[in-house]
Design a binder for this molecule. Structure first.
Ligand code: ISL
Length: 573
């Protein structure tokens, strides 16, 4: 099928295309047993709240047994629940309760690496003759120094760690406590498919697949072309047998269940995404890319006067390229998760007077785009970056190891801490803000990570009482998406590619036409959709006076004036 044909085919309906995914970081959601750490009974106790949002699918960050070097992304038993979070009986209760409310549950599976405390690795590292040795990736010391490979979290940046008992180095793309599995070994693949089936047989509805593009490694370990792959990480997602393994996974697992799979598309560019998600290739249902973080961290603002502190033109290009890149597959959209700072601090403004209005505008964006929205818990009340000022307040291995490295290299620690206030992952991991009580109602004990002190103003209890709150606007926007299939299955067309302040697009399909105009800046803006809006009806907006109905004066014009962070959805005749 050509790229053009792929893009033109109408999407087949599927429950996961119509779903809104609500991502819960279990450690931070609700602590039921008073140890300062969120847990499964805590999530269970708040399911009425989750259901009240109107979302359909809950994605839980890893809940498997883990020594927590990387908060559950280092698994030591794939068939057990992390003791901090509860027991298997707690999990079964949670799964039942989610299902009885008509929602579904996704688990987050780490298939690229295990914990170094996983029994496979404990065995593997004892001797080259051990049957588990070949479950991991090694470089024998007699071959000299291992080839240069970079690690995300290692203090020295080196992805190899020497293991004396075997006189060899093991590969770890992440921390030294997260050794990479050897997917070229059929026994490893069988183990992984067995684990997936174990949870699907229990009734879970699918997986988010961590770091999945990294699973295949070139056993020749060639030199990496650093011009093509600066930082090497793009290289990691282009292993020679990756698509063979994803197709095998589909055959062995996904094809046998009514489930969904969404991969973390680290290192994957928009023109390649169809290779993962095109239905005819039988690999994954969806993949999410790293565009939003890249745009915010590395691109310059389009203009100083636009009132946007990053390039909105680039953000639009990135979302549009991903939409096109999936071909006849299906996109996902998100602006934040547990690895990114808070969406409002990054793409809106968490400062008075813009906080609520920009949080609502970003909700309007994600809920009117084409693609399954992945919504990160807390964004529906406008939780913002905590901006820790001292290293002791951070928990994240990424921040702590980078700090050590800069310290060792006598780099600029203060500059690093300043930068972490904007970019650190812990910004998104602070405890969920339920109410006004100490620790924001998250726990009765000292929480594992400090609560953002702004909980005294920003919390669920306060927003439940206010019909104009971010929370209640989020619920309205969710309900609006659900009630309009054109917003789910309709095509997406960008209308104002070059405008540095506004993001305007059409959604057309299922007999409906919507025009969405959003001002991403803190200044007034004008959006030019390129045609007069005669007969257009305002159906949803984030300003309290926006109202609904046909605005003839505005609609006769070819431009839409937008107040700071204003977002409007028009139904077109
Ligand atoms: O892509 C990256 C940088 O360009 C990295 O951010 C990396 O691919 C990404 O962090 C992978 O994230 C996932 O796996 C990690 C875990 O720490 C993250 O929380 C998880 O989302 C290791 O398992």
């Amino acid at each position: 099928m050509t790229e053009k044909n792929r893009a033109e085919k109408a999407p087949d309906p599927a429950w996961w295309k119509e779903a809104i995914i609500y991502q819960i970081y279990p450690r931070s959601f609700r602590d039921a047993d008073g140890d300062g750490i969120g847990d499964l009974p805590g999530i269970l106790s708040q399911l009425d709240y989750v259901q009240s949002l109107g979302v359909d699918v809950i994605w839980l960050n890893p809940v498997f047994a883990s020594p927590n070097d990387d908060n559950g992304y280092d698994i030591s038993d794939y068939r057990e629940i992390m003791s901090d979070f509860g027991t298997m009986a707690d999990f079964d209760r949670l799964l039942d309760a989610v299902h009885s409310r008509g929602m579904r549950l996704l688990l987050d599976l780490v298939a690229n690496h295990t914990s170094d405390e996983h029994p496979w690795f404990v065995q593997a590292r004892t001797s080259r003759e051990n049957p588990y040795y070949d479950y991991y990736i090694w470089w024998a010391a007699e071959h000299g120094a291992p080839p240069d490979r970079r690690s995300f979290f290692d203090e020295l940046g080196d992805a190899w760690r020497y293991n004396p008992a075997t006189d060899s180095y093991y590969l770890h793309y992440f921390s030294a406590k997260q050794p990479d599995l050897n997917w070229d070994n059929p026994a490893v693949r069988r183990e992984m498919y067995g684990i997936m089936r174990f949870w699907l047989d229990k009734g879970v509805d699918g997986f988010r697949l961590d770091s999945i593009p990294y699973i295949s490694k070139d056993p020749e370990f060639p030199d990496i072309d650093l011009c093509r792959y600066p930082g090497m990480f793009g290289f990691y997602s282009h292993g020679p047998r990756l698509h063979e393994y994803l197709h095998e996974m589909y055959r062995e697992v996904w094809s046998r269940y009514d489930c969904m799979s969404v991969g973390e598309g680290s290192g994957v560019d928009a023109p390649e995404v169809w290779e993962y998600v095109s239905p005819e290739r039988q690999e994954l249902d969806m993949l999410y890319g790293f565009g939003p973080s890249w745009v915010r961290n590395t691109t310059r603002p389009d203009s100083r006067t636009a009132g946007v502190s990053y390039s909105l033109v680039e953000l639009k290009r990135m979302f549009t390229a991903w939409d096109r890149g999936v071909g006849d597959g299906w996109p996902t959209v998100y602006l934040g998760n547990h690895d990114q700072p808070r969406m409002i601090s990054r793409f809106g403004s968490d400062r008075y007077p813009w906080r609520d209005i920009s949080a609502k505008m970003l909700a309007l964006f994600l809920l009117t785009m084409r693609g399954t929205p992945c919504w990160f818990a807390g964004d529906e009340i406008g939780m913002a970056n905590v901006r820790f000022s001292c290293i002791d307040h951070y928990n994240d291995i990424n921040t702590r190891n980078m700090y050590r490295r800069i310290e060792r290299e006598q780099g600029d620690i203060q500059a690093f801490l300043r930068e972490q206030k904007r970019t650190a992952r812990d910004n998104a991991r602070t405890p969920f803000q339920w109410d006004f009580s100490p620790c924001a109602g998250f726990s009765t004990a000292v929480p594992w990570l400090r609560v953002n002190p702004d909980y005294r103003r920003i919390n669920v209890a306060a927003q439940e009482r206010d019909p104009d709150s971010v929370l209640n606007f989020f619920r309205r926007a969710v309900a609006f998406r659900k009630a309009n299939r054109g917003l789910i299955y309709g095509n997406y067309t960008l209308l104002d590619e070059k405008n540095p302040q506004s993001y305007t697009y059409l959604r057309e399909g299922e007999g409906q036409r919507f025009l969405v105009a959003l001002n991403f800046s803190r200044k007034a803006a004008r959006s030019f959709p390129g045609f007069p809006l005669k007969g257009a009806e305002r159906v949803l907006g984030n300003y309290p006076d926006a109202g609904t109905g046909v605005d003839d004066e505005l609609c006769a014009e070819e431009e839409i004036p937008l107040r700071p962070f204003e977002g409007i959805v028009f139904r077109l005749g």
